[in-house]
Design a protein around this ligand. Structure first.
Ligand SMILES: Cc1cc2nc3c(=O)[nH]c(=O)nc-3n(C[C@H](O)[C@H](O)[C@H](O)COP(=O)(O)OP(=O)(O)OC[C@H]3O[C@@H](n4cnc5c(N)ncnc54)[C@H](O)[C@@H]3O)c2cc1C
Length: 420
């Protein structure tokens, strides 16, 4: 039997699914609103770090064009500000890597086309869904966090927020010296914000992505509002001042003469993300099934870098189930959801937990961070588990679990004393 699958959206979810299905000889058409040649002229889409489990999935898909030995990083630095700042490092078992999605996505679209996939370039409206779905055995909707995904039901039990929890200012910058070894750096400025610095391959070579997560109402929030285009020099001066105050270990690596957006004024993105989970499928009026994949299903704030990694994981699992099963019905959905849910729901819960608790650094979180700072093996395990958000949630799901996680690894946990 020839299976015919329609995918709407050519992001990581749609492309990883499409490439997996093509490797199994399934007939696939992606419907998307942008041609590969349009991406270079777009505003920054995001700044996505692929944890190594995702890099390894790309290798298996034959779509890893950016070797980790050249472009990857091998750990996380952590900086927690306050009267007595804490600094520590956790290593990754294997390298992770970040590439500007304006380079990444068109390259994977080329891979998909070269392997016999079809792409139809047009913006799809909801009215188009009955006609498209009638021509295929299964429809997969991967249109990202925009309004198209609202065809899937909002899940309040997994969506605790009705608005963005951080005011984001995200950009690609030149003039920031890389750390040695090359690593992501996660900075926490209590009651003000978080910042994630990601070594990233851009159109002009390696640069630093700064994901500046500003608490609403803090002095940092202005970074999400002030416009670079209005006065580039004033914007950069303001940013430098905020970095010196809140994230000094980044500021001290900046060459002020060179510091600016890496390649163009389009290398900056400001706004916010409302973390949301939606139902994983709907049965359409014509009886066909539509599956929600990637951000359509679960969108998270970027503070822990989980969204695209979850999307890729779910895409390949969906691909495996499409290949393994012949009937796309309720039982198909059950089998797929059984495999997708733990990773994706734990990724959203862990991210939402951190959004709520990093603001005030609860005593349990302080105790946990103190343990990481004093025990390198724990910092390594925490860092490694960015690849496995369900393991993070095994630890963070309750204060008892956080304490038990530390107690199981540290001989005298009561010796760890920290205050905010
Ligand atoms: C600032 C920022 C930083 C981030 N950092 C990380 C990170 O470090 N790690 C991580 O894992 N995740 C990160 N994310 C999240 C990540 O970007 C998303 O989770 C991921 O890109 C979602 O992939 P997707 O395929 O579901 O959707 P998208 O990548 O948004 O793709 C949607 C696709 O659908 C197309 N489309 C949309 N509407 C239509 C329509 N009506 N008709 C036709 N086509 C349509 C679009 O053109 C696009 O091709 C970050 C997000 C942001 C905003």
């Amino acid at each position: 039997m020839t299976k015919k699958i329609a995918i709407i959206g050519a992001g990581t979810a749609g492309l990883h699914l499409g490439l997996h299905l093509r490797s199994a000889g399934v007939e696939v058409t992606i419907f998307t609103d942008k041609r590969p040649e349009e991406y270079a002229g777009l505003r920054l889409l995001n700044t996505v770090a692929h944890h190594y489990v995702t890099v390894e999935r790309e290798t298996a898909l034959g779509a890893n064009h950016w070797p980790s030995e050249t472009y990857g990083y091998i750990g996380h630095n952590y900086y927690i500000g306050g009267p007595k700042p804490l600094r520590f490092y956790g290593s990754l078992g294997r390298p992770s890597r970040a590439v500007d999605y304006r380079m990444y996505q068109p390259r994977l679209m080329e891979d998909f086309l070269a392997r016999g996939g079809r792409i139809e370039y047009r913006e799809i409206a909801h009215d188009d869904v009955p006609e498209i779905s009638s021509r295929f055995d299964l429809l997969v909707v991967c249109t990202g966090k925009g309004p198209f995904g609202h065809m899937f039901k909002h899940q309040p039990a997994h969506s605790p927020f009705d608005r963005p929890q951080r005011a984001l200012c995200v950009g690609l910058f030149k003039g920031i010296k890389e750390t040695t070894p090359r690593a992501v750096t996660m900075y926490f400025s209590p009651a003000a914000g978080e910042m994630i610095e990601i070594p990233t391959l851009t159109f002009g070579g390696m640069a630093a992505a700064l994901v500046i997560e500003n608490h609403i109402g803090s002095d940092l929030e202005i970074l999400a509002k002030v416009k670079y285009e209005d006065d580039p020099k004033a914007f950069i001066a303001l940013l430098l001042a905020k970095l010196r105050q809140h994230y000094p270990t980044c500021a001290e690596r900046i060459d002020e003469k060179e510091f600016d957006l890496a390649n163009s004024p389009r290398d900056l993105l400001q706004g916010g993300v409302t973390p949301t989970v939606r139902g994983g499928h709907v049965v359409l009026d014509n009886g066909k099934l539509a599956i929600a994949l990637g951000d359509v299903h679960a969108v998270v704030d970027p503070v822990l870098g989980q969204g695209a990694n979850m999307a890729s994981y779910a895409a390949v699992i969906l691909g495996e189930e499409i290949v393994a099963q012949d009937v796309y019905d309720q039982r198909f959905v059950e089998r797929f959801e059984e495999r997708r849910t733990d990773r994706v729901i734990c990724g959203t819960r862990w991210t939402n937990f951190m959004l709520q608790h990093l603001g005030t650094l609860s005593p349990d979180l302080l105790q946990y961070i103190g343990a990481l700072s004093q025990h390198p093996a724990l910092a390594d395990e925490f860092t490694e588990n960015f690849n496995y958000p369900e393991r993070q949630w095994d630890c963070f799901a309750s204060p008892e679990r956080m304490r038990a996680w530390v107690a199981a690894r540290v001989a005298q946990p009561e010796s760890i004393r920290l205050s905010a």
